[in-house]
Design a protein around this ligand. Structure first.
Ligand SMILES: Nc1ncnc2c1ncn2[C@@H]1O[C@H](COP(=O)(O)OP(=O)(O)OP(=O)(O)O)[C@@H](O)[C@H]1O
Length: 254
């Protein structure tokens, strides 16, 4: 376990956060006393209004929040991978090199090839990133994350820039990869349905802490047209201040 701040006793949880405060300016804290535990192998989605601090929390977990000041204890596993909305591939390196960069061990390339095959990109090892579509680039980013066998995968709007159809395909892929590798996952998303399709537990961040927590216990492939799915969606929309979807409609009309 790696501890970013303060001291905590050893834990079997993948993530343990207590009393996390983060701010960028003196007047308004972004995170104020946030507590969160994620179990090993648990898939958690994080929703919240724009500016509620979702990325700030994810960056704190990734140890990438040098811009922020704050206090609190964070415990994460040794092996953490992060995926962002943009693939962040090195344009001057071919696909396979992007996947294995920094990876140690004699069989790094073989592992990289295997990871590319897992995301459906076998045969594209020697392509340049610019030759791939946005969805394919995100597949490479997933391969690069998973080849490191992370105990924790942090994903910040990983499908946010993709079209609706590609997004749906990527949901299936991410869920399949998750089932195979079973890292703990924290997925930041704006998309309520994406959260319900993918996660075991959905959190809503509001006013600096986790306000709402909803376990998703729908069996089998999750179908957005299922009334039980709709029930969860309504609850989460209400937690986001969008009860019944009425305010969404209003926003669309405006
Ligand atoms: N590097 C920074 N410097 C100054 N303020 C920042 C910085 N990063 C984030 N903030 C501020 O912190 C608040 C939370 O930002 P954050 O990006 O965590 O929100 P978010 O919930 O991820 O938003 P979105 O859904 O729009 O991506 C915002 O008010 C933002 O302006």
């Amino acid at each position: 376990m790696a501890t970013h701040a303060g001291g905590l006793t050893a834990t079997t949880a993948a993530v343990r956060i207590s009393g996390l405060h983060r701010s960028f300016t003196d007047d308004r804290p972004v995170l104020s006393g946030l507590d969160l535990t994620i179990e090993p192998g648990e898939f958690v989605a994080l929703l919240g209004r724009s500016g509620s601090g979702k990325s700030t929390l994810l960056r704190a977990l990734a140890g990438l929040d040098q811009d922020a000041s704050g206090t609190g204890d964070i415990e994460v596993p040794e092996q953490v991978s992060v995926v962002f909305q943009d693939s962040r591939l090195l344009p001057w390196q071919r696909v396979l090199r992007n996947v294995v960069i920094g990876l140690n061990g004699p069989n790094a390339k073989a592992r990289g090839r295997e990871a590319l095959a897992e995301v459906g990109l076998a045969g594209r090892e020697r392509a340049w990133p610019r030759e791939l579509s946005g969805g394919e680039q995100q597949r490479v980013a997933l391969a690069r994350s998973l080849v490191r066998e992370p105990q924790l995968l942090l994903a910040d709007e990983p499908f946010g820039a993709l079209d609706a159809l590609t997004r749906i395909k990527m949901h299936g892929l991410l869920r399949a990869l998750y089932e195979r590798h079973k890292p703990a996952v924290l997925l930041v998303t704006h998309d309520v349905d994406e959260a319900i399709v993918l996660a075991d537990r959905v959190l809503v961040l509001d006013s600096g802490h986790v306000r709402t927590e909803r376990r998703v216990d729908l069996d089998g492939p999750r179908d957005p047209s299922d009334p039980r799915f709709a029930e969860v969606r309504t609850e989460l929309l209400a937690a986001l201040g969008l009860a019944g979807g009425a305010e969404i409609k209003k926003e669309e009309e405006a």
